[in-house]
Every structure is written in C-alpha cells, then in structure tokens.
Design a protein around this ligand. Structure first.
Ligand code: URA
Length: 295
C-alpha cells in the first residue's frame, strides 16, 4: 500500500472515530492533520467561511452576500417594523404549545416573509422537536436536504449536530431545532441581515412559545441576529450571553441564557481538534447550566 493510500485510510479511520457517537474531544493532541477544507476555505472563523454553514460539501462554492464579514465596530442595520402583535394573535388563544407552534407555522406560511427575497424553495422548514424543550438550537437556514424533507438539520451538518446532542446526553426529540430563515436560500447563500430581520419575528415567537432555559446559536447569522452584534465568533463563544437584549429586550420574553458556538457545518470543514474541543467546551457549559450531569 502506498504511503498516500495509508495516510488516506488513517485519516478516514480518524475522521470516522471523531464523527462517532462520542463527540468528546480526544485527550491527546492530534498526530495528523485532517484533510478538511481547501486552503481558501480555512479562514478565520469571523469571516465568510464560518458564515456559510449550509455547504454540505467541503468544496461547495460560497456566494458572497452582504451579511459577512462586517467589521466588529459597524452598527447593525435597524430591525424593520413588523406587526408582531398579529403574529402573536395567530396562536395566543391556544393552550397546547405544539398547537401554538403549528398555528405560528400557518401564520408564517400565510405571511411568507421569505417571498420578499426567495421563492425558489421546495418546503418551508419551520423547526422541530419538543415544544417545551429546555434547550433550543438555532441554525442559519435550511440546506438542500432540509429543503427536500422540510426538516431542519438532516444533512451532514445535521448528522454532526445529532451526535453533539447525543454526546450531551440528550436526544433530538428532547430539544427544539430551528433556523433563522425557514426557506433554503438560493445557492445556499448566507442569509443577509435584511432576510434575517424579515424572518426574525417568527423565530422570536418560536422562542416565546418554547421558552427554553438555554439557546445555543449555531454560527454567526443566528448569533448576530439574536444578540444584535457583529462580533466575531471567537469573542462570543465560550460564555453565556443574556437574552433577550435590545432590540428584543421589550418583547416580553423570558430570560434565557444564550451560548453561541460554531456551526456544525463549519466544524465539518475545519475539523480540527481545537475547534472540536471548543465546541465541546461550550456544550459542556450548556449541560451544566441545564443542571444535567456530564455524560
Ligand atoms: N444548516 C443550517 O443552518 N440549518 C439547517 O437546517 C441545515 C444546515
């Protein structure tokens, strides 16, 4: 067997191990470098690479949209005025949280905020999981497989998210998984600020109904939207942030601890032990905050 073939086999075995059910970081420093993204994709995490998390392939081209990379000091554009009262009215009279979420989805479908920027999708991917979950994950937007199935995080990034959830000692059914955008952006593009703002009120109402104790934002679009910041991920992750804060502070939401972390699709592209360790450290804090014992 050639050295190259042996190295590939070794990498494959290592990647399989790392992608295995135990998501925990390995104790020892890695002996090999993983064949992950091409150099051009391995930028700092606060750049476009990290933003475009929906790429399920390592080599998928990443269209540049106006979400990224914003200097940390730039102000975020103001939220548009949206009639949130009518959105709330769509479900408020209902008692059952799942019925509320269903009614909210109907309202979203009728309002179709995505029609302003995207009519090229198959299914609305509203979110799924326990309507009373203590833990809610918020991703960016559906990718191809999510668009085909109408379910969030079912592609490669979703497989890794599932493993992360299992490693936390939880199940996919016990958490709630949503996205900032509910429809797949054309060409898998990263949501623009404007697109995120148009869909934000529906995410906010999902959060209100579910009322989780902790939100984990996966990647920058969700983190930037919910914390109204333009800070890079490296300065946001690893610590809890109070939510809601402006501009959502007056929305009457319960107090929730928000932990930003890297998007699983970013992790797949930059599958270094360092990144993996950081994500696991973020998730470990979440486990503790939820009062669960470390698996
Ligand atoms: N990436 C996301 O941000 N959300 C999904 O649902 C799938 C991939």
């Amino acid at each position: 067997m050639s050295d190259h073939a042996r190295k590939l086999l070794h990498q494959h075995a290592k990647t399989t191990q790392l992608l295995g059910v135990d998501f925990h970081p390995l104790g020892n420093p890695p002996q090999i470098q993983f064949a992950v993204a091409p150099q051009s994709q391995q930028q700092d995490q606060n750049t476009q690479t990290e933003h475009n998390s929906k790429s399920e392939s390592f080599v998928e081209p990443k269209p540049v949209r106006d979400f990224a990379p914003t200097p940390a000091s730039s102000p975020r554009p103001a939220m548009p005025t949206i009639d949130t009262a009518s959105i709330r009215a769509s479900y408020e009279s209902l008692k059952d949280p799942q019925a509320k979420l269903d009614a909210l989805k109907e309202k979203y479908t009728a309002d179709a905020p995505h029609a302003a920027f995207n009519t090229n999708f198959t299914n609305i991917v509203f979110g799924e999981g326990s309507p009373t979950a203590d833990l809610m994950f918020v991703g960016e937007a559906p990718g191809q497989q999510e668009d085909e199935t109408g379910r969030p995080f079912v592609g490669r990034a979703g497989e890794l998210l599932d493993k992360m959830i299992i490693a936390m000692g939880l199940s996919r059914e016990s958490v709630y998984i949503a996205n900032v955008l509910k429809t797949r952006p054309p060409n898998n593009a990263t949501p623009t600020v404007n697109e995120a703002h148009l869909c934000a009120p529906y995410l906010i109402e999902q959060i209100r109904i579910i009322s989780p104790k902790v939100i984990v934002t996966l990647g920058l679009p969700a983190t930037h939207l919910l914390l109204a910041t333009t800070q890079p991920m490296r300065s946001m992750r690893g610590q809890f942030h109070p939510f809601p804060s402006p501009p959502f502070a007056d929305a009457g939401l319960p107090s929730i601890d928000l932990m930003p972390t890297y998007h699983p699709a970013f992790l797949l592209r930059a599958y270094t032990e360092d990144n993996r360790r950081k994500v696991w450290s973020d998730l470990t804090q979440v486990i503790e905050r939820l009062g669960l014992s470390k698996p």
